[in-house]
Design a protein around this ligand. Structure first.
Ligand code: AMP
Ligand code: ZN
Ligand code: ZN
Length: 327
């Protein structure tokens, strides 16, 4: 049965096997990672999580010293941990900024914003907010209520939201001269996307996944990186609870139409339970495959005839989407 709701962020989601001891120090374990299988105490679980994030960054050469880093934060669990860890690991060697995009969804965004601002203040990270309304003249609420409800053939709210959000992320990152744009995508997000794009026969999106989005660096496009790509969702929640870091987990977006992704989430969780390590295997296989084939994929770089932003065709996705509302 597919659960059509947000990801569960309940504390009960992580636990240790009864009478388990930490693999590293033999203190009482608080978490068991079934794909090890290994149990850890609080300190060693947190140490291990940070070590894996550092390894991802090093292996894929995601961040260099002195680079200016922009973390895209939604206030949810993943990007909250991304900002916390990036700040913890790089604050002495890099400049770190945080950006939240206000899509204009009444109720939902304001609560997440308050939590994210407080975290950023606690961690001394400069925080900016950019809204759809100021950038595109329309909030997501207006797009959904005035256009998409009347004409569902225009696409889902998520398809608009994703395209518009990515545009703001890139233009803001460029505006502040950021070298890297960091998102909170985790192992679950990424493996779901890998499978979804195979099932959809969407090679173009498939080949752009991974810790460094895209195929090669493009002019005017700030590279997007995903340092939490090897951390399972449950471990992100566990880390935040253990560290007492607040994140927004009250409700999911009222316009979310993630029915398809939920099928993949449920399928992958079921495989992971029967065959621990499945998600890591899918990611490793994907990374090998991408490194073999990416040099054979050509990427066109044009500039949109309406807004002059970089795109692979003559009209960018943002203009395509916004123009469709005018028709
Ligand atoms: P999602 O597509 O909602 O799974 O989000 C993926 C990542 O995009 C998150 O981990 C954040 O890093 C970033 N993100 C999502 N929503 C926002 C937002 N409103 N403002 C800034 N970053 C966001
Ligand atoms: Zn220990
Ligand atoms: Zn355009």
């Amino acid at each position: 049965m597919v659960k059509l709701s947000c990801v569960s962020t309940k504390k009960t989601h992580f636990k240790a096997k009864k009478s388990g001891k930490c693999l590293k120090c033999s203190k009482k374990a608080i978490i068991t990672l079934p794909y090890g299988p290994q149990s850890f105490c609080k300190e060693h679980f947190m140490y291990l999580t940070e070590k894996r994030v550092k390894k991802t960054i090093r292996q894929h050469n995601l961040i260099k010293r002195k680079e200016r880093l922009l973390v895209a934060v939604s206030g949810g669990k993943d990007s909250t941990l991304a900002l916390y860890l990036i700040n913890k690991i790089f604050r002495k060697s890099n400049e770190i900024y945080a950006l939240m995009i206000d899509e204009g969804i009444p109720g939902y965004r304001n609560k997440a914003l308050a939590i994210a601002i407080k975290n950023a203040q606690n961690w001394n990270v400069p925080f900016s907010v950019v809204s759809f309304k100021e950038e595109f003249g329309l909030s997501m609420h207006e797009i959904a209520e005035k256009f998409l409800k009347k004409n569902p053939s225009l696409g889902t709210a998520c398809s608009f939201c994703g395209v518009l959000r990515r545009r703001i992320m890139n233009s803001f990152a460029r505006k502040i001269n950021a070298n890297k744009l960091i998102t909170g995508h985790n192992l679950d997000d990424e493996t779901q996307s890998i499978l979804m794009n195979i099932f959809d026969n969407n090679f173009n999106k498939f080949i752009r996944l991974g810790p460094k989005s895209g195929i090669k660096e493009m002019p005017d496009f700030v590279p997007r990186i995903k340092p939490l790509i090897e951390i399972p969702e449950k471990e992100i929640v566990a880390y935040l609870y253990l560290h007492n870091i607040k994140f927004y987990d009250l409700e999911c977006c009222p316009y979310s139409s993630e029915a398809k992704r939920n099928h993949f989430r449920s399928m992958l969780n079921s495989f992971e339970e029967s065959f621990p390590g499945t998600k890591h295997s899918i990611l490793r296989f994907y990374l090998k495959l991408k490194s073999c084939i990416k040099n054979n994929v050509t990427e066109k770089a044009n500039y949109c005839k309406y807004c002059n932003e970089i795109t692979s065709s003559d009209i960018c996705n943002v203009c395509r989407k916004l123009n469709s509302l005018k028709k």
